[in-house]
Design a protein around this ligand. Structure first.
Ligand code: NAG
Ligand code: NAG
Length: 560
């Protein structure tokens, strides 16, 4: 899982880097492993800044100065299977043909097959384990087949159609062709999110931005935006500033990854017409019904059994509050978060994860002592964090600790870019609810049902019909009344379901067992690399203290 942004400003004298930087701060939650940015200046030159760490540490003011040009792309990396120790920060760059740079969010599931194709058919060297490098080179190879010195939109669309035919998995990408423009596309199932926005300037010209979440577009004054459709691509040529859309591959289904709503996306984003915040509120309501009836089935009254509802910060707060309100049980912030520690979920190493819970959270005895508490979290993955939290609640004096999850039991791998864990490391693997409760030390666990979760993630009709809210929300991705090029050509159809493979083991792209074997191998390799038992040539040399020596620009000369 990563965050991506692309930006083209109509004014050629504008440098877009500062806005890309700003935008990346809005997507920081999508990846804190590495950050990167490439801009394109006069004469089609690329300028880049990449490094390991958070956006604010990598994109320093001093480094930003060198990033000129009115178009660019950015990337925030979240470590996926096998990626963190071995692959570079994105965007990736390839010099032939034309000079292309690309940022990718997601994971390809037929990477092995593609590596072979690269080697045997198009003879391109792949130097990292990242499938984003594969994707970029595949695109380059398709474009190269035209054998032209200048391509046009239809060539690019055709090349993308060729790419779509060869790759499988979840992917949302932004790419930039040197001197030409920005390209965005999304996989045929719409698994990973991508939106495009339009900003009307005073002089009548328009800027365009692509981003993983609507919050970036809204924050930067893009008045109109909509989701890119599954299988759709868009090109915004710098010369014309007229976005052109094309369905480069038939839409196979419109099934965004439900995990975006459960955990990943920012609450103030609206993805594929669904408000993340509202879906989380609903998750709390449904969870409350579930908890109440579970106690009832045992002949007990939830009001007598639970004294207080306490969220596990941060994601579950909105759901927990709504859950408490529905149950008419007090809501208390029993855990205080040290906001200066990163999210534990995002750290790739198990040991780090365990110890960081206590660095991150502090349980207040006053809210736990002598009480039966219902802890609410967004999900339970490996169970190590949950176990630690239950422990902390007990140490703070809780009489009984119930644990509720806004998501159903996670029993399977995630294959589209969220590296939850190897299946066997999931606490839900081969365990029923009683066994899970035992494992994490809770008196009882409650899970949302998949049916309920799906029902919570629904189109936000209210925003559409409530005029006041519409006025406050300058952009509604499905609004028909706004006159814009983005919307005029076709109204986005509604989603027809969700990707829920982590709960069911059935993935929208089909049988992914081959990928799972590869991912497991990658994980093992990664562990070896981390432990220092294995050294991987150039990649590991590259990584020596990357943070201190960030590669600032491909072209370091200042005279542009
Ligand atoms: C783009 O180039 C192709 C040849 O590669 C040509 O057939 C087509 O007419 C061109 N399209 C435009 C809009 O110029
Ligand atoms: C971007 C990225 O890290 N992709 C990963 C996708 O999954 C494969 C496993 O098949 C990893 O090797 C890649 O690193």
């Amino acid at each position: 899982m990563c965050g991506i942004i692309g930006l083209v400003c109509s004014d050629p004298s504008v440098n877009c880097a500062s806005e890309l930087f700003d935008g990346s701060l809005f997507l920081q939650h999508r990846g804190q492993d590495a950050a990167g940015m490439v801009t394109c200046g006069r004469g089609g030159r690329f300028y880049q800044c990449k490094g390991n760490g958070m956006a604010r540490d990598v994109f320093t003011e001093q480094r930003m100065v060198g990033l000129v040009g009115n178009m660019g792309i950015a990337h925030l990396r979240y470590p996926t299977a096998g990626s963190s120790a071995t692959s570079e920060a994105q965007p990736f760059y390839v010099n032939s043909p034309f000079g292309i740079t690309l940022s990718h969010n997601g994971n390809l599931t037929n990477g092995e097959e593609l590596k072979k194709y690269m080697d045997e058919v198009v003879h391109r060297h792949i130097n990292t384990d990242s499938d984003s490098e594969l994707l970029l080179n595949l695109f380059a190879a398709e474009l190269a087949t035209y054998d032209k010195s200048r391509v046009n939109n239809s060539d690019i669309f055709k090349a993308l159609a060729g790419v779509f035919q060869k790759i499988r998995g979840g992917y949302a990408c932004v790419a930039m062709l040197a001197g030409y423009g920005i390209i965005g596309f999304r996989d045929p199932h719409g698994i990973r999110p991508l939106l495009i926005g339009e900003r009307l300037k005073n002089d009548g010209s328009k800027d365009y931005m692509l981003a993983s979440e609507s919050v970036v577009l809204k924050a930067h004054g893009f008045q109109v935006y909509r989701d890119i459709l599954p299988g759709e691509a868009v090109i915004i040529p710098k010369a014309t500033m007229q976005p052109e859309f094309k369905q480069v591959h038939p839409m196979k289904s419109y099934t965004p990854d439900i995990f975006e709503y459960v955990y990943f996306a920012r609450p103030d984003s609206v993805l594929d017409g669904i408000s993340v915040y509202r879906s989380r509120l609903d998750m709390g309501v449904k969870l409350a019904e579930n908890v109440r009836s579970a106690f009832k089935a045992d002949g007990k009254d939830v009001l007598k059994e639970v004294d207080v509802v306490i969220p596990v910060p941060d994601t579950s707060r909105h759901s927990a509050l709504e859950c408490a309100v529905s149950l008419s049980i007090p809501y208390r912030e029993g855990f205080m978060k040290n906001r200066y520690v990163g999210r534990t979920f995002i750290m790739p190493d198990q040991k780090q994860r365990q110890s960081s819970v206590r660095r991150k959270l502090n349980a207040m005895a006053s809210e736990f002592y002598g009480k039966s508490v219902l802890l609410v979290d967004d999900s339970i993955v490996r169970g190590t964090t949950s176990k630690e939290i239950v422990n902390m609640a007990r140490e703070a004096g809780a009489k009984k600790v119930y644990f509720a999850s806004c998501a159903p039991v996670i029993r399977h791998n995630h294959v589209y870019g969220i590296d939850l864990a190897d299946e066997t490391a999931l606490v839900g693997f081969g365990r029923d609810e009683n066994e899970i409760a035992k494992e994490i030390g809770a008196d009882r666990v409650f899970y949302q049902t998949l049916e309920d979760l799906k029902a919570c993630c629904k189109l936000d009709e209210q925003i559409k019909t409530n005029e006041l809210e519409l006025a406050l929300t300058p952009v509604v991705s499905r609004d028909e009344t706004i006159n814009s090029q983005l919307l005029s050509y076709k109204l986005p159809p509604k989603i027809d379901g969700f990707e829920v493979g982590v709960f069911t083991g059935k993935y929208v792209t089909g049988d992914e067992s081959e990928y799972l074997v590869a991912a497991e191998k990658a994980r093992a390799l990664n562990a070896q690399l981390k432990s220092g038992k294995l050294v991987r040539g150039m990649e590991s040399l590259d990584l020596v203290d990357v943070k201190a020596a960030v590669e600032i620009s491909m072209f370091n000369s200042g005279d542009y």
